[in-house]
Design a protein around this ligand. Structure first.
Ligand SMILES: Nc1ncnc2c1ncn2[C@@H]1O[C@H](COP(=O)(O)OP(=O)(O)OP(=O)(O)O)[C@@H](O)[C@H]1O
Ligand SMILES: N[C@@H](CCO)C(=O)O
Length: 334
């Protein structure tokens, strides 16, 4: 453990972090699940800060000290009482930005675990989760990114709590990623300031049922339990085709369909042992195309593991090792 600010030259920390879907319908700001698309953060001490972006998914991300990863790393150093003002940072990602798949949560979590690793891990996982929740301001994405699996979480503005559960083994996840971006800030701006007691009770009961159904493998309850009245009705005008798909996807073999996080990605759950959902991708593409929206479809499994970090004591190479090589090194299975 280091507390005097001295970071050995040449030490490189690399973190790899899964994507995440938040809300799962009624669990607004509280239910998250990790997905096997990854963001990578590499970091070492430098004479002057330099931020490199690799790959096609990070276009527009800041390359100065306003970068989210740089700022988050500095928050770790402050909390640990060390000083590492200049960093060389390498970033890459499979996670499309501003699509509701937790790219910002993965960046924050990647920065936290890499920065902590760089200085010898003085902060606990819970410290990192508390910091991540305060930075992202909702704990569902960051909880899933840090712990993996399915996470039930709460944040009261000061403290966050989370429990990680193993997702049901037969759960298949289909994501429909529209080509357009929808920043979380915009998708939160359309939400009402107040809701009725009836809608609050609807969501809290469905969210509890959904958590219990996922924890106990009751896939038959998902279509019923994944209904929401707190955010999806207000966000649905922002995503053409969403209302129809959320309503009718169960008729095409989905166990449930929701907006992923703040959108615009749609998330459909299916039972991999049941052939009924074979036409689901074609159905979603058809509805979105009829609205003039192109989508990229990905068929995934929930990701059981959360963020992983490795530290090399004397690293002399370039920072752009392909994400797949990091996955192998960190024994992260896609
Ligand atoms: N690897 C990264 N490095 C630095 N900043 C990033 C990185 N990935 C994402 N960001 C920042 O996060 C912003 C996207 O955050 P936003 O909350 O709008 O979307 P999201 O996290 O992809 O979706 P959601 O929160 O709904 O799941 C980007 O515009 C960028 O500023
Ligand atoms: N729970 C958040 C997720 C976005 O990160 C929202 O729906 O606004």
């Amino acid at each position: 453990m280091m507390h005097d600010g001295a970071v050995p030259g040449g030490r490189l920390a690399r973190a790899i972090v899964p994507a995440s879907t938040a809300n799962l319908g009624p669990g607004f700001d509280s239910l998250g699940m990790a997905l096997p698309l990854y963001s990578g953060v590499a970091m070492r001490e430098a004479d002057a800060t330099r931020i490199q972006l690799f790959g096609d998914n990070l276009e527009g991300v800041a390359q100065d000290k306003s970068n989210l990863v740089y700022e988050t790393a500095q928050a770790v150093f402050r909390k640990a009482g060390v000083s590492v003002p200049e960093l060389e940072i390498g970033l890459q990602s499979d996670i499309p930005l501003t699509r509701g798949l937790g790219s910002s949560a993965a960046a924050i979590v990647g920065a936290l675990v890499a920065a902590n690793g760089l200085i010898g891990n003085p902060l606990s996982n819970d410290d990192l989760f508390q910091m991540a929740s305060a930075l992202e301001r909702h704990p569902d994405n960051v909880g899933a990114a840090l712990f993996g699996g399915f996470v039930a979480a709460a944040w009261d503005g000061e403290r966050a709590g989370a429990v990680r559960l193993e997702p049901p083994a037969d759960l298949e996840v289909l994501v429909a990623i529209p080509e357009f971006e929808l920043p979380t800030r915009e998708a939160r701006n359309v939400l009402p300031r107040q809701v009725s007691m009836e809608d609050a009770v609807f969501n809290l009961s469905h969210s509890s049922l959904l958590t219990a159904a996922l924890a106990s493998g009751r896939l038959d309850l998902l279509a019923f339990a994944m209904r929401d009245r707190l955010h999806q009705p207000y966000r649905s005008p922002l995503v053409p085709g969403m209302a129809e798909i959320l309503r009718d996807a169960p008729d095409h073999g989905a166990l449930g369909a929701v907006l992923s996080g703040a959108g615009p990605t749609l998330l459909l759950l299916a039972d991999r042992t049941d052939a009924k959902h074979e036409g689901l991708e074609a159905y979603v593409e058809r509805v979105m195309a009829s609205e003039g929206v192109r989508v990229k479809m990905r068929r995934l499994s929930p990701c059981a593991h959360g963020a992983a970090c490795s530290v090399e004591e004397s690293f002399h190479g370039v920072m752009d090792a392909p994400l797949d090589a990091w996955k192998t090194q960190l024994e992260v299975k896609a």
